[in-house]
Design a protein around this ligand. Structure first.
Ligand SMILES: Nc1ncnc2c1ncn2[C@@H]1O[C@H](COP(=O)(O)OP(=O)(O)OP(=O)(O)O)[C@@H](O)[C@H]1O
Length: 330
């Protein structure tokens, strides 16, 4: 039996249905990401699991207990928000200790637990600082420590990295993943950033307009998107209509296709498919080309190994696409 089970969950505001018939599970220690475009219902779903938003129907079971109608504080769920939501008049130490004080734990035990958490999030030297004396990344680490210290059954993270700059975001997401794995903590992470989702998750639940479109292992979502919406949302897939697919491969293909830019290779020798380089962009480790093949514009990613390998705008190139790596779309 799954550690977390969300069954037929439904939420409406007045007559507007935000989602209905939502089903997904998480195993103990699994990190599941809810991914999807803005407004698709991810945060509402997370808040329903936390008990912060009332549901309109369905059932939630956590650690073998039905929690559907339990008050939030009884669910043993901790949540971290995008805006940290720290108490401004408390130090980092006091913020982290807050939940333990509420549970009336012994002072010595509180001190031990908070000290351990400060070490875990690498903030030992910042224990006596107030939130306004900390950077955004440090505030979010305090918020994370505050959530973890109460040893929740489930950790919910609602876009916790969105307010941070790119470099800190990457560092902190690695830290979150490391701590989550160390503690074997079942976690639901909400984001609209596909790179974040792919790099962090065991499994991704991709949502669109209040529905789950695909629920699968993170790597499978990337390698085998099941329809055009998923392929359009993940990576930089080239999406070809059936007619374009027939034209490009000069054979009968019965579905539309999704082709990852990195499986396509270019050469100076003529191939079965040939094209003309329209543009070249250096993205750091990747060189991204747009190549016109039979009036179909393909995005092609090549490793940026040396300038001597660059193809030039207007150059004729051979284009190799291994059909075995091409994904048929429903
Ligand atoms: N309190 C509310 N009353 C009415 N409608 C609401 C309320 N809260 C959210 N909604 C609506 O529910 C839908 C889903 O919102 P939600 O915040 O869950 O989306 P999201 O996928 O988390 O988006 P984002 O990534 O932008 O945070 C939106 O159309 C939103 O306007």
């Amino acid at each position: 039996m799954s550690f977390l089970s969300v069954n037929q969950l439904e939420k409406s505001y007045d007559k507007q249905t935000i989602f209905a018939g939502i089903n997904f599970q998480a195993d103990k220690g699994e990190l599941v990401t809810l991914l999807g475009p803005s407004g698709c219902g991810k945060s509402t779903l997370l808040r329903c699991i936390a008990g912060l938003t009332e549901i309109s129907g369905g059932k939630i079971v956590l650690n073998q207990k039905e929690i559907t109608h339990m008050p939030p504080q009884k669910r043993n769920i901790a949540m971290v928000f995008q805006n940290y939501a720290l108490f401004p008049n408390m130090t980092a130490f006091e913020n982290i200790a807050f939940g333990l004080k509420m549970r009336q734990l012994d002072k010595k035990i509180i001190h031990q637990k908070v000290t351990h958490m400060l070490e875990l999030v690498e903030l030992t030297d910042f224990a006596q600082r107030y939130p306004h004396q900390l950077s955004g990344g440090q505030c979010q680490r305090v918020a994370l420590a505050r959530a973890l210290v109460v040893e929740p059954d489930l950790l919910l993270l609602d876009e916790p990295l969105s307010a941070l700059d790119a470099k800190i975001r990457k560092h902190l997401r690695e830290q979150i993943r490391h701590i989550q794995q160390q503690l074997k903590l079942t976690t639901i992470f909400v984001t609209h950033d596909q790179e974040e989702a792919l790099s962090l998750s065991d499994r991704i639940v991709l949502m669109d307009k209040g529905e789950i479109v695909q629920n699968t292992k993170a790597i499978e979502l990337y390698l085998a998107p099941k329809n055009q919406f998923v392929a359009g949302f993940i990576g930089h897939y080239n999406i070809l209509t059936q007619e374009q697919a027939n034209r490009l491969f000069a054979e009968t293909i019965t579905t539309s296709l999704a082709i990852r830019p990195e499986i396509i290779s270019l050469s100076r020798l003529p191939q079965a498919i040939n094209g003309t380089v329209i543009s070249r962009h250096i993205l750091g480790n990747i060189v991204r080309y747009r190549v016109n093949c039979h009036d179909i514009l393909l995005v092609v990613d090549c490793l940026n190994i040396s300038e001597a390998d660059y193809f030039h705008e207007g150059e004729r190139v051979g284009v190799s696409i291994p059909l075995s790596l091409v994904q048929s779309l429903a």
